[in-house]
Design a protein around this ligand. Structure first.
Ligand code: BGC
Length: 710
């Protein structure tokens, strides 16, 4: 197994969409699925995406409920610049219709940041050609991508007609009303270059999509002029060449997106051309080398695990570079449409530690500032639901601060996301030692979140305790439950942390009234947490023990993943847990519980957990490591690290699970290496799986790069 490369050989039409996800490219500012450049009439999911460019798709639900957001901001499929219509002796190249496809091979070079595809194909007219394509999205010039497409006729001299195009008439697969999301404003072309200026409907993002073509035979650049094929949302530049048997024709195409005017865009294109494909490739290697310098994890003795973690680190860096404050980490990054809006609680609960330790405190601070800037919308969101006095409810899914998810059980009920945002502020401060963020920005967020919890609880006369009713915990296989342990615990922690910080920084500002502080401390003291005497564990929610408590091992084979086999109501009634829920609380607040408590809870909940959210196995893996259950931790690690590569949840064709990849990093660094921050210092409790001979990685801690070797 090649641990720096993902290599897949053989052409299987049924796996095209899956590999389009796995071989996706991104540079933190834009990204694309590994769609073929040439035509393909088989099953494909076309996808090119630009960071921060979205479309508010009007909500479509069966039954409208007050408080629903009017739209779901969708990650937008952007105009495509990679396309090439290729005719070989008059026959369209389309791998779906070729008589034979041999030597098909895809390679993702993660060390150097490029993607290659090769094949030999016999077209219906009997002409056999060999093709090799290399593609990259530049890290250094993040508006620019480049591809080099080579064709060699193998059994005859041939004529090649090639139309290199830009297309802004693209759709989102998940569009609610089957509309086009872009208006094409202007199309231009000159000297092998073309641009399309398009604007998103409603949000009015203006984007110039551009391309420039260079043609070569046997390495010698051709001086041929193009013919133009211009349509409403499309521009193609056509070329025709004759290529002798075994000679190689090549087209180099530069393309990408800028928010600039046409003339500035064209000068960008010229820059790219001056850099040359080879030049861009060299820079790409240098820039990826710099990323790997601080972020690589080296596992000796286990190639599968090694390849898995590199794939995860590679994808996290393709998704987010921390350069722009308005960007965040979407659950599918630039690899698919699902999960429309970009920011989920995933960022705070899973991704922050990875970026904090491999890119440094500034980048982590940017992630926190993203939420700070959206505080006004979070307050407005809470107001819409009837909360007052500056209480904030952050959205479950957002692009611009507004809620854009529209299933009531999530929008209104999955409120634990608010707690993860507070926890991230605590986590950042604990790790970096930097209190300035808290004082300047974080306090406002904390107080607003605490105000939400103080209003969301109610006092139960029956229990003489505070309860939180009608919620969905992290386990989305339960809805509208009362007293979800994780939510109640987190709410109480938030109130206590906000109060403590308000007192600590009281000389800066009077953050809260005495009355509020009293209320908060009463809630903290009297928060109800469902508990079972019999099992000596906290219960995931009220009534959990009434379920038919058969472990996951009792589910007949072939019925998993449950969400693809069982009706929703059967899932809701079952004891099966989609993802770490009570155990998510034990993960966040480990130091507040004893080892024995952790063990009891882990052993109680793991047998019911189906891990059908990608965010689940990593948390269980960290906890299993802490309990010395290293083999179990290892099995869970492989499941998180190779979730997409091995397609455990049978859904990789929709895109990669980017945010859970940060969880993979956690299962190594916090799990096997046992890294924790205690009293301002890093501590380690290593427990390596038996096949691992050596583990090493680096973390940036308080301005210094520390190397850890186990
Ligand atoms: C999970 C959520 C998560 C979302 C995006 C869902 O399947 O249940 O916890 O935020 O995916 O990753």
């Amino acid at each position: 197994m090649n641990t720096w490369n993902i290599i897949v050989e053989g052409f299987n039409k049924a796996e095209v969409t899956k590999h389009e996800s796995i071989f996706s490219l991104g540079n933190g500012a834009m990204g694309m699925r590994a769609n073929f450049e040439e035509d393909y009439t088989g099953d494909t999911l076309q996808g090119s995406y630009i960071g921060g460019v979205y479309y508010p798709d009007k909500t479509r639900v069966g039954w409208w409920k007050n408080g629903y957001p009017e739209y779901f901001a969708k990650v937008l499929n952007a105009p495509s610049w990679i396309g090439l219509h290729i005719k070989i002796d008059g026959e369209l190249l389309d791998l779906n219709t070729c008589l034979e496809v041999k030597n098909f091979r895809r390679q993702l070079n993660m060390k150097e940041g490029w993607y290659e595809r090769r094949f030999t194909a016999t077209l219906p007219n009997g002409v056999e050609i060999a093709v090799k394509v290399v593609r990259l999205l530049s890290l250094r010039y993040d508006e620019i991508g480049a591809l080099r497409y080579e064709i060699s006729p193998l059994n005859a001299d041939t004529s090649i007609e090639i139309e290199s195009y830009l297309d802004s008439g693209i759709k989102n697969n998940d569009a609610n009303w089957d509309e086009l999301f872009w208006n094409t404003l202007e199309i231009s072309s000159e000297n092998n270059c073309a641009t399309i200026l398009a604007e998103t409907k409603k949000t009015a993002f203006k984007v110039q999509t551009f391309m420039e073509n260079h043609l070569f035979i046997e390495g010698k650049e051709l001086n041929i002029s193009e013919k133009e094929n211009r349509k409403e949302n499309y521009i193609g530049l056509q070329y025709e060449v004759t290529v002798k048997q075994n000679q190689t024709f090549r087209i180099e195409k530069y393309g990408g997106y800028t928010p600039l005017t046409k003339s500035k865009t064209l000068s960008k294109v010229r820059d790219a051309q001056a850099l040359t494909f080879e030049g861009l490739l060299e820079m790409q290697k240098e820039d990826w080398a710099a990323i790997w310098e601080t972020s690589d994890i080296v596992i000796e003795g286990d190639e599968k695990a090694q390849q898995g973690i590199r794939f995860n680190i590679f994808q996290l860096n393709q998704t987010y570079q921390g350069k722009y404050a308005h960007l965040n980490i979407g659950p599918k990054g630039f690899t698919g449409e699902k999960y429309g809006g970009s920011t989920y609680w995933d960022t705070e609960a899973y991704c922050l530690p990875f970026y904090m330790a491999t890119k440094g405190a500034e980048v982590a601070r940017n992630l926190l500032l993203y939420r700070y800037k959206q505080l006004p919308q979070a307050i407005e969101n809470a107001q819409k639901l009837g909360f007052t006095g500056g209480a904030a409810l952050y959205p479950m899914v957002t692009m611009n601060g507004e809620e854009c998810h529209n299933e009531w059980e999530i929008t209104f009920e999955e409120i634990h996301r608010n707690g993860a945002i507070a926890f991230a502020i605590y986590n950042y401060t604990r790790y970096t030692g930097d209190e300035s963020y808290l004082k300047e920005y974080g306090m406002e967020v904390l107080i607003a979140i605490a105000r939400f919890w103080a209003q969301r609880v109610n006092f139960s006369e029956e229990k003489k305790q505070y309860v939180i009713l009608g919620v969905t915990g992290p386990n989305e296989y339960e809805n509208n439950v009362n007293n979800n342990f994780y939510t109640n615990y987190l709410a109480s922690w938030c109130l206590s942390y906000a109060a403590t910080m308000a007192l600590k920084y009281k000389s800066e500002k009077q953050w809260v009234t005495i009355k509020e502080l009293k209320e908060w401390s009463d809630i903290v003291e009297h928060m109800y947490l469902p508990y079972s005497e019999k099992y000596d564990v906290y219960l995931q929610q009220d009534g959990f023990l009434d379920k038919d408590l058969k472990p996951v091992s009792a589910i007949p084979t072939g019925e998993r993943p449950l969400n693809q086999h069982w009706s929703w109501d059967r899932i809701l009634r079952s004891p099966y847990i989609k993802q770490a829920d009570t155990l998510q609380g034990f993960y966040f607040f480990e130091e507040r519980f004893t080892k024995e408590q952790l063990q009891k809870h882990y052993e109680f909940y793991e047998p019911f957990t189906v891990h059908e959210s990608s965010l689940s196995p990593c948390v269980h893996s960290v906890l299993a490591s802490a309990l010395g259950k290293t083999e179990e931790a290892y099995a869970l690690y492989l499941r998180t690290a190779r979730l997409d590569l091995d397609d455990y949840n049978k859904e990789v064709h929709e895109g990669l699970h980017i945010t859970s990849m940060a969880g993979t990093w956690l299962s190594i660094v916090e799990g096997f290496a046992g890294m924790r921050v205690k009293n301002g210092a890093l501590t380690f409790t290593p427990r390596l799986p038996k096949q691992w001979k050596r583990l090493s990685f680096k973390v940036i801690f308080r301005g210094e790069v520390k190397e850890v070797i186990i």
